[in-house]
Structures are given as C-alpha cells and as structure tokens.
Design a protein around this ligand. Structure first.
Ligand SMILES: Nc1nc2c(ncn2[C@@H]2O[C@H](COP(=O)(O)OP(=O)(O)OP(=O)(O)O)[C@@H](O)[C@H]2O)c(=O)[nH]1
Ligand SMILES: [Mg+2]
Length: 307
C-alpha cells in the first residue's frame, strides 16, 4: 500500500511556503511574490510520487492582522493547520526568528503536535540563522505547560532552498517518512483542486504585484466575474479592485502600460496553465474598504469552506 498524508504548510508571510509547494508539486499551483500576504486562500497542491501521495495545504502566512482581510487570513492559516496529518512549518532562516516564527514554535510545543517538520528555508542565502532557530525552539519548549505523561514534541529539522530541487527532495523525504499507509485521496493526474475562478484571480493579481512592487501592496484585489468558453478559447472578465481613487492611475500606469503588461502576462500564463487561448478583460474599480466588505470578500472566495 502507498503512503498518504495531508500536510499543513504553515509559517509566517514571505517564508517561501508557496515556492516550496510549487516545487514539490512540480507545477505552479500557488502564486509567489516578494510582497507579504501573497497567498490569500488555502491552496491544495497534490504531489504524486512512487512512494504515494501528499496533499499539501498552502496557507496564508501568519502576520499581525490589520482589518477584516488580515483577520480572515490569520484565521484561515490557523484553521488549516488543524486537522492535518503532518504540520510543516516553514521558516525564513536567512533572517533572525521573528515574532510569528516563535508563535508557531510555541504552538507546536504547547499542543504537542507529534508529526512536525521544521523547514529552515532560504539555505542558499547568507547569513543563515540555524542556531538561533534552535535556541528559539528550546525556549518555546521551556515555556511549555507541564503535562503528565505527554511526550515532548520533537520536530524533524530540514534545511532547504525551495528554489532548488535538492533542498525540496529532503523535505519530501521527511514528509514521506512520517506519512502512513493509505489509499490516495485524489486521482493521480490531479495537481490541485483549487477552484478555477480563484486560481485565475491569483494569476492576475501576481502579474500586478510584480509590476507594482510595494506601491499598493495589500490594497489590490481581483474578482473574476465571468469565464465565457467557446471552441478552445476563454474570454475572462475580471474586476481589479483598489481602495482609493488615487490608486487607480497607478494600477493603470502611464499610457495604460501597467495594466496592459499585466493583462498580457496573465493571458500568456493562463493559456499555458489551462491549454486554451485566453483573452482577458480587466476593469479597474475603486471600491473603498473592499477589504472590509464581507459580501465582496465572500464573492472573491475568502469566506468559504476552507479545508
Ligand atoms: N533566496 C531564496 N528565496 C526564496 C526561497 N524560497 C522563497 N523565496 C522567495 O521568497 C519570496 C516569498 O516567497 P513565497 O513563496 O511567496 O512566500 P509565502 O511564504 O508563500 O508568502 P505568503 O503567501 O505571503 O504567506 C519570493 O520572492 C520567493 O522567490 C529560497 O529558498 N531562497
Ligand atoms: Mg504564499
């Protein structure tokens, strides 16, 4: 019988969770960017391997919550870690441990989660703070309430660079070593079951993020309104939401360069992902406080059933 496990991939924002999930799946299922809070929904990536199947839940990184969207993202991250077989905590070890890193360690220590992998990511970078993470873990254990007969949790530590195959192989090895025998949960050729509209919205958002960098970090939302399919071609209409009128010209860019290039790049990638010709129609809309508008957020898929 093959091995099978549901793995919650958690950690603070920007640690490299989505990069690692894409690397392990071998296909891009989750968007990646240097901007914090890139992942906004729990994306399931499915790894098929001769050893068996891993279902990876890529979650939004935990961060200090600001406003409704921030609170929702944190709630999703916490919920996604519950009810999984293995918890895989990703740390960006090219920086000293941060508050959110220590928060995950305390959680692992307190709840005596037994199957845990600690991934020290970005091992390609210098300096690398392995010993500081080990010290932070010792401290998290020392603050643990004394519970009779409870075994001390002992995570497996793996160093990795999610940007390379080598590092991710070590993570995969650690995960399969903890997986139990079972029947596959998904058919073999499936790499993700993330809903199509959300996946499309994510790709569009990523193309804007790579153009805008820090200018409008978290105030940009994409809502896919319609996908019209005909003879191997899709016409997709989507709203690009901003918070304030002053952000609209930034998203559009001089001579509409920003939006045109985001549209082109998104069309290209979506065509490759779905194997059909894709044409995109984007409407930039000012929607004050869209991040606090629960009706809009639920239309965009942020409130749904998560795991
Ligand atoms: N040098 C280096 N950069 C990495 C590595 N892994 C990820 N990155 C970069 O780190 C940034 C954040 O990566 P993501 O995968 O989007 O991080 P995340 O943890 O999913 O972030 P959120 O979705 O915001 O929670 C991107 O610019 C990646 O290219 C790594 O092993 N080495
Ligand atoms: Mg992510």
């Amino acid at each position: 019988m093959a091995k099978v496990a549901v793995v919650g991939v958690v950690g603070r924002t920007n640690a490299g969770k989505s990069t690692l999930v894409n690397r392990l799946v071998g296909e891009k299922v989750s968007i990646v960017s240097p901007v914090e809070q890139t992942t906004r929904n729990t994306v399931r990536g499915i790894v098929a391997d001769p050893r068996g199947q891993l279902v990876l839940l890529d979650t939004p990184g935990l961060h200090k919550a600001v406003g409704t969207l921030g609170t929702l993202l944190n709630r999703m991250a916490r919920r996604s870690a519950a009810g999984t077989d293995i918890t895989c905590v990703i740390f960006d070890a090219s920086q000293e441990p941060q508050l959110e890193d220590v928060g995950w360690m305390q959680r692992v220590a307190k709840e005596s989660l037994d199957r845990v992998v600690f991934v020290l990511n970005k091992a390609d970078k210098r300096p690398f703070f392995r010993s500081m993470f080990e010290d932070a873990w010792k401290e998290a254990l020392s603050g643990r309430p004394e519970a009779e007969g409870q075994p001390t949790p002992s995570p497996v530590w793996v160093e990795c660079s999610a940007l390379s195959d080598e590092g991710s192989k070590a993570v995969m090895g650690a995960l399969f070593a903890m997986a139990e025998d079972g029947e596959p949960l998904f058919p073999e050729d499936v790499v993700t079951d993330y809903p199509r509209k959300l996946a499309i919205a994510d790709v569009i958002r990523e193309k804007f993020l790579s153009k805008l960098h820090q200018e409008i970090p978290h105030e940009l939302g994409v809502c896919v309104k319609d996908i019209a399919e005909s003879k191997g071609a899709w016409s997709i209409t989507a709203d690009v939401l901003v918070n304030r009128p002053s952000q609209k010209p930034i998203v559009i860019g001089r001579s509409a360069q920003t939006i045109k290039s985001a549209r082109k790049n998104a069309e290209k990638e979506l065509s490759e992902i779905f194997g059909v010709k894709v044409s995109l129609e984007l409407w930039v809309k000012v929607e004050p406080n869209w991040m606090k508008n629960s009706k809009l957020l639920s239309q965009m898929g942020y409130m749904g059933d998560l795991v």
